[in-house]
Write a protein that binds this ligand. Sequence first.
Ligand SMILES: [Zn+2]
Length: 197
Amino acid sequence: MFEIAGFLHSRELREGTEGTESKIPRLDIRPIWAAPCTVAIAVSLFGAMLALLIAPFSNPIIGSSIFGVLAVTCFHVAAESVRNYNRCIDKLQFELKSFDMQKAQCYCCSVNHVSSSGSDPLVCDREIIGQCISNWFDSMLNFNECVRSTVFANLIEQLLHRPFPVPLLMNVAFLLAAWLSVFSVARFLSSREKREN
Ligand SMILES: [Zn+2]
């Protein structure tokens, strides 16, 4: 939170000093969940293309059954995954709207600033970060307000509406479709050549 808020705050300050129109700075945030999901979508596309090539289309019932089972399984897993993700976003929205730095938990405070060996005192992270926040945002209240408004708007807009790298997925889909087309044409030409011979 501190890093995101600090970055957005620095952009706001720069825009303010340059006298340009005030606007929310653009920030690219991707959820960790999107990485395996993107790979899964790409692999699923590849699997679908492969199934399209090797499925027994001479028998439409078997071919349709294979694709039906595959599609239902994949859609169910994808839908469940998206539902879980949206539940997490709901929770995040609630936490950001009521964000309060004073309520943040700190390991050093939870162990009374004593190291695991029991001999050395631990430096308090809360104090250090609190000092940095005061220097950057003038007060803790300003920081809390920045998280609840600017960070909230950026984070939720990104995580809710743009969680996937759509251009990358479009490129993967295009490459697979091109590969399937070339393979199909080659197979068609090969079979026609055999018939002619
Ligand atoms: Zn502490």
